[in-house]
Each structure stands twice: as structure tokens, then as C-alpha cells.
Design a protein around this ligand. Structure first.
Ligand SMILES: Nc1nc2c(ncn2[C@@H]2O[C@H](COP(=O)(O)OP(=O)(O)OP(=O)(O)O)[C@@H](O)[C@H]2O)c(=O)[nH]1
Ligand SMILES: [Mg+2]
Length: 303
């Protein structure tokens, strides 16, 4: 039933959404791990290697790959890999991919919905792969309990990675493709940058080498992931993160609902159409039109 239900949730079929409402109280038990990083860093390879490791130790896990075919690094190849994983999935593993294409905003919302479903289905570990550049709105950082940022040597210099802001959200950083030149330098540079930026943090962000295609370093990564959830629990950070996740999901939902209503525009909101026409005729400034429409949301932060 899970694949069918996932499709209903993904398509925002009312039956899927109702099921989510019913299932939601059962969620919150899974450890949600976001795996993000620049295109081609080896996220899918690393997730596949992690799955092998997880299965070998008799644990169960679900994987959600967001947009596996959208990137510059050979989307078709990657799509194949995900499909392969889907086929090989046994009862202890559930692999699902989701495209952001054609989705009118609401990617974070849809991702969260599927994660809740996998959580409710009883998978103790849910891995979510997203492409992260530091500027996109997939919000994996607010959704996940643990964020693994995957970097690789040769994907632009380390300074760029630091400036992108992506590293900031990482609870664990992996320098993948450690079999390639420059990996040690990349790791040293990242270590120095982290220590400079966070000299007094109670927890040091692990920066781990890995070779996803051979599985080297993957056991250490899984240990680091498990250690992080222990740290979250003991430090009370888990509660803080869950609160933040709930907040960002609700706000994302509100934004999406507003966006859609506005997109539906003239047919559902004759006032909007007439305001837009008045702006076009220069009878009303754009700001005045916005003000008129947002009055219903309460006083603006500026006033
Ligand atoms: N040499 C080497 N190649 C690797 C390693 N890990 C992955 N690759 C290769 O790097 C390419 C990209 O790997 P993927 O796992 O698809 O990377 P990704 O980050 O998921 O890519 P996108 O989903 O497109 O952003 C593939 O050709 C992999 O075989 C590694 O540790 N060493
Ligand atoms: Mg991938």
C-alpha cells in the first residue's frame, strides 16, 4: 500500500492528504537524515552505500530522492540508479523518488508530506537526498534532524563551498571522492574554516572522507549519523529542531496556499483582477494594491 499512498500524497489527492492527517500523530519516531550537496558530489552513490551498510546490520530505512533527474551531472544515469534501487528494495528498504518539475512551489511541502508517510510507516531511518547549492528553497535543513553535506574535490574551490552557506547547515560534512586528488586539502580547508567560524560550539562538526563507490568511510559516516541523533536527544536540541521543522512546514504551507490562490487569480478573486487593472492604468500604485490585499493578514511589520 505504501507506494500507492505515496503517489496519492505526492499528487495531493484528497485521499492522500486525509490519510496524512490521520497518520500524523504516529510520526516523529523516525530519524530524518537529509543528504545534500552540489550536483555530482556523489549523494546518490553515498545513499546507496549507506543503504547497503544499514541493511547489512539488519536495520530498516527509507530513502526519498528529490529530483533525481534534474541536474547537470547526467540526470538519466542517475534516474536509472534510483530506479535500480527501487527495484532491489526489499522489505527492509523503501526507495522513492520525487520530481520537483511541474510543481508550482510547494516542493518543501510535498517532501515533508512524504517524509511523514515514511515515518508513519515505521521506518526508523528516513534518508532524503536533495541537490543543495546553498541558495535553493528545498529547506532540507529545517526538515531533517541531521543534515549531511556532501562535497567532493574538484567541484569548485572550498572557499566557494564555504561562501555558499550550504556548509552552515551541515551537522556532518563528507568529503566524498577521497580517491581523487585534492580530497585531503579540501578536508583540511573545511576543518580550518569550521573551527574559525565556530570556535566555541559544544559539538565539533565531523568532516569525514569517503569513497561512495567502494563503500570506504561509509561505516564511519553511519556511526556519525547515529552519534548525532544521540547528541540531539541528550542536548535537548531534538525538541528545538522539531519545533523549527513544524514551524517551517506550517509557514511553507501557508505560503503555498496563498501562492495558489493568487495564481488562480481573477477567477477566484475578482478584487485581485480589478486591483491589477487599476495598477496597469496607473490609478493605484503597486504598493497600494498590495496593501489593500494584505490588510486581511493583519498589520504589516513595517507599520
Ligand atoms: N571516483 C569517484 N567517483 C564517485 C564517487 N562517488 C560517486 N562517484 C561518481 O560521481 C558521479 C556522480 O555521482 P552521484 O552519486 O550520481 O552524485 P549525486 O550527488 O547524487 O549527483 P546529482 O544527484 O546529480 O546531484 C557518478 O559518476 C559516480 O559514479 C567516489 O567516491 N569516487
Ligand atoms: Mg543524486
Amino acid at each position: 500500500m505504501l507506494p500507492r499512498l505515496a503517489t496519492l500524497v505526492e499528487n495531493e489527492d484528497p485521499r492522500g492528504l486525509e490519510a496524512l492527517d490521520v497518520l500524523y500523530p504516529l510520526t516523529g519516531k523516525a530519524h530524518v537524515v537529509g543528504v545534500t550537496g552540489p550536483p555530482g558530489a556523489g549523494k546518490s552513490s553515498l545513499v546507496a552505500a549507506l543503504l547497503d551498510r544499514i541493511r547489512a546490520s539488519g536495520r530498516r530505512a527509507a530513502v526519498l530522492a528529490v529530483d533525481p533527474t534534474s541536474t547537470i551531472s547526467g540526470g538519466a544515469v542517475l534516474g536509472d540508479r534510483i530506479r535500480m534501487m527501487e527495484q532491489h528494495a526489499d522489505e527492509g528498504v523503501f526507495v522513492r523518488s520525487m520530481a520537483s518539475r511541474g510543481r508550482q512551489g510547494g516542493l518543501a511541502w510535498a517532501t515533508a508530506g512524504l517524509v511523514h508517510l515514511l515515518d508513519a510507516a515505521g521506518y526508523p531511518l528516513v534518508l532524503v537526498e536533495t541537490v543543495g547549492t546553498g541558495q535553493d528553497g528545498t529547506d532540507i535543513a529545517s526538515l531533517a534532524d541531521t543534515v549531511v553535506v556532501v562535497e567532493a574535490p574538484g567541484l569548485g574551490d572550498g572557499i566557494q563551498a564555504i561562501k555558499s552557506g550550504l556548509l552552515e547547515v551541515g551537522d556532518i560534512v563528507v568529503v566524498n571522492k577521497a580517491d581523487q586528488p585534492g580530497a585531503d586539502d579540501a578536508r583540511r580547508l573545511l576543518r580550518a574554516a569550521f573551527d574559525l567560524a565556530h570556535p566555541t560550539d559544544s559539538r565539533e562538526t565531523p568532516i569525514l572522507p569517503a569513497v561512495a563507490i567502494t563503500g570506504s568511510g561509509v561505516a564511519e559516516l553511519l556511526t556519525a549519523i547515529d552519534d548525532h541523533v544521540s547528541w540531539l536527544t541528550e542536548s535537548g536540541q531534538l525538541t528545538v529542531r522539531r519545533e523549527r521543522a513544524a514551524r517551517s512546514e506550517v509557514l511553507a504551507g501557508i505560503r503555498m496556499a496563498l501562492d495558489r490562490r493568487l495564481e488562480a487569480g481573477s477567477s477566484h478573486m475578482p478584487e485581485l483582477a480589478s486591483l491589477i487593472s487599476r495598477v496597469a492604468r496607473r490609478e493605484l500604485s503597486p504598493r497600494e494594491a498590495v496593501e489593500t490585499l494584505t490588510v486581511m493578514l493583519g498589520p504589516s511589520v513595517n507599520s
